[in-house]
Each structure stands twice: as C-alpha cells, then as structure tokens.
Design a protein around this ligand. Sequence first.
Ligand code: SF4
Length: 360
Amino acid sequence: MSEGLSFTSPQEAWEEGFTRPLLRWYDASARDLPWRREPEPYRVWVSEIMLQQTRVEAVLPYFERFMRRLPTLEALAEASLDDLYKLWEGLGYYSRVRNMQKAAGILIEQYGGCFPRSVRELSALPGIGEYTAGAILSIAFQLPVPAVDGNVMRVLSRAACSKLDITLPATRRILTEIAERILPSTRPGDFNQSLMDLGSGVCRPKSPLCPSCPVREACSGYAAGEAENLPCRPPKKERRSEKRTVLLVLSPKGVLLHRRPDRGLLAGMWEYPGLDGWFSPPQIRALFPTADSISQLAQARHIFTHVEWHMQGYLIRTASFDTPENCIWAGEEESCALPSAFKTYTALLDKLRSSQAEII
Ligand code: SF4
C-alpha cells in the first residue's frame, strides 16, 4: 500500500497514488454522455450549467431537448425568454439560463461566435465561474486548466485528509493549486471529468464508496477512517422561514399571473400573485369584494437555498378583467413556465381545468 497523500506530498506520490489510477478507472468505466461524445465548447458549456445543482441522469433529457431546439449560440441568443424558461422548467435556478443567453450575446458580439481560450475571458461572462471556464477549456480545447467545484474539493480534501474549512477562500486556493499540480498535461479534460465522476458517483457527500474507489490505497481520509467527516465546514446557518399567501385568480380570460422583479429570488419569473404573510378568508374577501367565489386551498411548502416558503393558497373566481401592473391573464393554451415552488397550486389548477370541477 502506498503512503497516504497530503498537500505536501511530492508530485510523484500524487501521480502514482491518485492521477494514474483515476485515469485508468475512467478509461474503464467513464459514463457515455452526449456532451462527451461531441465535446464542442457550446455543448460542454450547456451541460456544465445544467449540471450545477442537478444530477446527470436528470439533466440528460433536458440537454437533448435543449440541443434540438437551440443547437447554436445564435439560436440561444435569439430565443424568447418564455421559450428559455420552458426548456428549463424543472431544472430550477432560472437565472442560469438567463445568464447563458446574455453570455451567448456577448460571445457573438465580442468574440465572433467563438469561445475565448482563457479563464480570465471566459469567467468574465455572465454565469461562468472559474470552474465552468476550466471545464470548457480542458474538455473542449484540451487545455491544462483545472475545474474545481464542490465535488472536486471534497475528493481532494478527503484524499489528503485535510481538516481545513472548505468554505474559506484560502482553502479553495490550496485545493486549486493541488488540482493544478496533479493535472496531467496530456489528458486534462479526461482527468477533470474523472474527478467529477469520482466525486458524484464514488466519493459521494454522504456514504462514500471507499472499498470500490480507485484511489483508496493512497487516500489518507479513508486510511484515517475520516472520509465521512470530511470536508470540514462551519455549522450551517438556519434557513429563513417566510409565510406567503398565493392567489389563484380565475376569470373567463384565464389565470392571473404576475411577473416577478428582475432581481432577487425567482427573478423575472411568472408567478401566481402573492402577498407576504398569511391572509384569512375575510381579509381575502375584503381585497376581492366583487369576486364570485373564494375558496381556501391546501397549504404548501417550498425550500430554496436560503429561505423556506410556507404558502396558504386561495382560489378566487371573478368576472372582472382588471389587469394589475406586471400581470397578464394566461389562458390554457398559453405556456408560461412557472417555478416549481408553485407546483402544488399548478397541479390543482390543472386538475380544475381538466375536470372543470370544484377543487375543494
Ligand atoms: Fe473518497 Fe473514499 Fe475514494 Fe478516499 S477512498 S477518495 S474518501 S471514496
């Protein structure tokens, strides 16, 4: 068995205990993914943005559909916002696709529709950080640039049995230096992808599969029995809890939708109009004195990264066509992508529309 790795281990020890076995494992078991078959920069970029916060299996159908509808930077730059949201519906974090469209515009205007080949230029584009820049440069252009994300930081922290707080910028710098040092200049794209695969499939956040890991013999975290306790991070802050009232306002013209502000949570997305806090049925009646009927709906909850919504819904039927500011009436045939935060109410609305029956 080789000696366990640390941040100060010589280059050869990392190569022998980590880089080579990892690449051998990748050669034998790499997943066959559409962006790997044709690693063009546009495809690599789209896949990497989709893979943020989402598992590979879930991304595959979205990726194929996106590529069919928007196969080029030009198609992406020209797509309507509603089309983009539709293609992204279910992936969440819609700012990702808005940023992609902005970046596509810049790439066309400033770079003649080509991807620049430097981390500095790529990471200056909206939505592209150093990790995504590294992934594009190494996978699409075979440039020796590391791609260090949370998965990779976890793997390297465990391999070196590091007790450094992974949330600190200084730790990130150290781990990026290690990733640079162990990156083979001959196969940088494969190496970065092998690290990604190892992090997502073997060296998982919880319950790492150490006995079947290709680098276990050199892994200091495994040898010390510390794999599951690493990487170190400070205790999590409590998520903020917010109460909201969600209004499904129905008229013969359709359901009332409100466009959220361009900044902040769910920026620019359509939503059912809402109120801060929970309103009682008499309070809702006071707000809609001419409504034909008002029904209280089920409560629902949605968890975002930093905030948790506790929602109380109401179904309001009205014959009034008044259209408040930033609102539209959406008929059944109109397709406005609504965030999954509202899925309970969207499902109720679909049920109501299909059965034409009372919801409650
Ligand atoms: Fe991760 Fe375990 Fe492999 Fe170490 S041996 S890299 S802790 S899966």
